[in-house]
Design a protein around this ligand. Structure first.
Ligand SMILES: Nc1ncnc2c1ncn2[C@@H]1O[C@H](COP(=O)(O)OP(=O)(O)OP(=O)(O)O)[C@@H](O)[C@H]1O
Ligand SMILES: [Mg+2]
Length: 305
């Protein structure tokens, strides 16, 4: 990216964030850019919640690109604990030091081996001890359990970590923190209170068209429009897993590769497994959307040939 913004520079307005995000390859709606701007200037974490594939993770990545900051990512999963997310003592190094200093008293050795030199920083600690401010992405926080959320509270509100053997490690630089959640469980009130909240949903038709065109610029405009119209129709059905923006982009790229001149019933049936990924959903979609395409209910594409 040509932009040489300093990692600690603050944006001037929400509109500026929107423009800069677009330059960084992310087309943000008004609410996305406003919340991002506020999070950045107020120094508050932002919790981005919404269905799969609507651009939650990508928002954090784009913010890192636009701010010219390193992205530190903590991918959450069930059972994630302190030693993988915050810090761990480097036991091997501690043992070696104990062996080398065997003539020293235990008190001296203990003081020595519980110092920063023997600490292994994991993503959360790395993010607050970085020399330059970073973007910290805590991805899919709903996959962890509530105990883990409690671990995050100190970092999110005070930007510090208490280590019993060492004391409090305060942030050297303040990260821009983005947490994402697929809403698979309700997050605790304590966590939510510390964050600004952004609900990301499937985009409006025109907005999705722009996103598809950004990622698949070679796709004929009329076909791209028809694609997003079909997507909207598919999402309107009662499916187990409605298709996301990620699937729209994949579908657009597949249509380019296949040289499709239109999305007619035949093309749709050949390619619909790119957007629908459940056996029962496939039947519903083939029947409800495939048949409508066969009727010529949507006319946006060019005629074949
Ligand atoms: N506003 C946008 N502008 C540009 N690209 C976007 C936008 N929203 C989504 N995308 C694209 O859509 C795809 C899916 O986005 P992303 O992986 O961020 O989704 P997600 O919400 O994190 O999904 P999941 O919950 O499955 O992790 C990415 O390729 C991303 O580039
Ligand atoms: Mg994601």
């Amino acid at each position: 990216m040509a932009d040489k913004r300093k990692p600690d520079a603050v944006p001037s307005s929400a509109e500026q964030v929107q423009k800069d995000l677009a330059k960084a390859g992310y087309l943000a709606s008004g609410s996305i850019s406003l919340v991002s701007y506020l999070a950045w200037t107020l120094g508050k974490p932002v919790l981005v919640e919404g269905p799969a594939g609507v651009g939650k993770t990508e928002l954090a990545k784009a913010l890192a690109r636009l701010a010219n900051r390193t992205l530190i990512r903590l991918q959450c999963y069930e059972g994630l604990d302190e030693s993988k997310s915050l810090y761990e003592w480097n036991y091997r190094k501690q043992l070696l030091r104990i062996q080398v200093q065997s003539e020293n008293s235990w008190d001296n050795v203990q003081e020595d081996i519980f110092s920063e030199e023997f600490l292994l920083a994991r993503p959360l600690l790395s993010a607050i001890t970085a020399d330059e401010p970073v973007v910290l992405l805590i991805d899919e926080v709903d996959k962890t359990d509530q105990e883990f959320e409690a671990l995050l509270l100190e970092i999110l509100s005070d930007f510090q970590v208490s280590i019993p053997e060492l004391g409090v490690v305060k942030a050297k630089t303040q990260p821009l923190v983005v947490l994402t959640s697929n809403n698979s469980r309700e997050l605790t009130e304590a966590l939510k209170r510390r964050c600004l909240y952004l609900w990301l949903d499937y985009p409006e038709l025109e907005h999705e068209l722009e996103i598809v065109e950004l990622h698949a610029p070679e796709l004929d405009r009329a076909i791209a429009r028809k694609l997003v119209e079909v997507m909207k129709m598919v999402r309107g059905l009662d499916l187990k897993k409605p298709p996301s923006i990620a699937e729209s982009i994949d579908w657009a790229r597949a249509l380019i590769l296949l040289g499709a001149k239109d999305i007619d019933q035949e093309v749709f049936e050949q390619t619909m497994s790119i957007i629908v990924k459940h056996r029962s959903d496939l039947d519903v979609v083939a029947e409800r959307v495939g048949v409508r395409l066969g009727d010529g209910a949507l006319h946006a594409g060019k005629k074949p040939g």
